[in-house]
Design a protein around this ligand. Structure first.
Ligand SMILES: *Cc1c(COP(=O)(O)O)cnc(C)c1O
Length: 383
């Protein structure tokens, strides 16, 4: 039976997700979850995880002697939690380069664990001031860890991680980067980009299912962290790393079906190729911009500082505008759009993640424009 016939028989319609993850998946990835029941403690399953671990390092061009991948069962936030709570030595301070909701999340994690940190906040609609980052590092020699988000998914702002990483290293700190919404999309070279730890979850760039998250980073630093304060049991990076090294198993029950889906997603990742995949996401991103401009919408941040993966669009100034209604109209027709994430500003997001292409975006804009007409929203929209 052909894959598409199976999906039809299952009544599984293809949805185009323009939200910032989970992303649209291929049918082959969906079906890869259907496997004979297996106990994840079997060697066969351990091998699947080992292969995935190697691939996750390879995606960011990491030297396997230097870098490893640590798998967790959880959503992407578990990685931020694990990195921060595990990698800050006793008596040291973290620096959060904070220009959005996701770096704010790292600051909240510091709050929850009672960790000393400097919250270097800057506007969410502009690039951070590197001189300010350097000044803080200069004045605070106790900073041992610098953290930021690569793509601030709330706005689509792309942070200059290579430059921030260079500063962290210049002042003897490690650099952890939340690459959840760039990994396996925007090409990353972990060493050249001055990253010690990056992270993602399987349902974003890899176009797999939810439930598997992973940190890719330096083995020597994880090993050194063995003697750092243990602040979490479930989310300790060294504990999870060490258990996998010794046993070939995740410490606690892994998300079995998601791991099979991820195995397939990785096969498809290599088949598409880093460059071609990024070119496809870029084409989708450009198609989103084209549609948005044609309808007269304004952007929240300038295109030049966008990650190429998220377009944050301001609500129009129209008494008939109702995001929920427009969302529902599109949703019923197989297209998902997503509300914004910046307080006080009405906006929504259209993202170029997932197994979608320019044609899907063109189809989306037909439906979206229909929705605008349906609810008597003036087109081109007013701002
Ligand atoms: C999606 C995402 C996460 C993870 O969020 P969850 O709700 O835990 O899935 C973390 N950081 C960034 C930048 C993201 O885009």
């Amino acid at each position: 039976m052909e894959t598409k016939d199976i999906m039809e028989a299952l009544g599984c319609r293809r949805n185009v997700l323009l939200n910032p993850g989970p992303a649209t998946t291929t049918d082959t990835v969906k079906l890869a979850q259907i496997v004979p029941d297996i106990c994840p403690r079997e060697k066969e399953f351990g091998q699947v995880m080992k292969d995935i671990q190697a691939d996750l390092v390879k995606i960011v061009h990491g030297d396997p002697d230097v870098y490893t991948a640590v798998l967790f069962c959880g959503s992407g936030t578990i990685n931020i939690d694990a990195c921060i709570n595990s990698l800050l030595p006793e008596g040291k301070t973290a620096l959060i380069v904070n220009d959005g909701a996701y770096s704010s999340r790292a600051a909240e994690i510091c709050d929850f664990y009672g960790l000393p940190y400097i919250n270097l906040k800057s506007p969410v609609n502009a690039l951070p001031d590197l001189a300010a980052v350097e000044k803080v590092l200069q004045e605070n020699p106790d900073i041992a860890l610098v953290h930021t988000a690569h793509n601030e998914t709330g706005t689509g702002l792309l942070n200059p991680i290579r430059e921030i990483g260079a500063l962290a290293h210049k002042y003897g700190a490690i650099f952890t980067v939340d690459t959840t919404s760039t990994y396996a999309m925007r090409p990353i070279d972990i060493a050249a980009d001055n990253i010690d730890f990056c992270m993602a979850s399987a349902q974003k760039g890899l176009m797999s299912m939810t439930g598997l998250s992973f940190v890719v980073g330096r083995k020597d630093i994880i090993e050194a962290s063995k003697d750092y304060p243990k602040r979490s049991y479930y989310c300790n990076l060294w504990l999870q790393y060490d258990y996998f090294e010794r046993t070939g198993q995740m410490h606690f029950t892994p998300p079995v079906q998601t791991i099979y889906a991820t195995k397939q997603a990785l096969k498809e990742y290599w088949a598409e190729g880093e460059e071609a995949k990024w070119a496809r996401h870029t084409a989708v991103f450009e198609a989103i911009h084209e549609g948005i401009e044609r309808l007269g919408f304004s952007l929240f941040i300038p295109k030049e500082i966008q990650s190429g993966l998220v377009v944050a669009v301001l609500y129009p100034d129209d008494p008939n505008w109702d995001f929920e209604k427009v969302h529902d109209y599109c949703y019923e027709r197989g297209f998902t759009i997503y509300p914004g994430k910046v307080e006080g500003k009405g906006m929504f997001r259209l993202c170029s993640l997932g197994a979608i292409n320019e044609e899907d975006v063109k189809d989306f804009f037909v439906v979206f424009e229909e929705a605008l007409h349906e609810y008597n929203i003036t087109v081109p929209v007013k701002h």
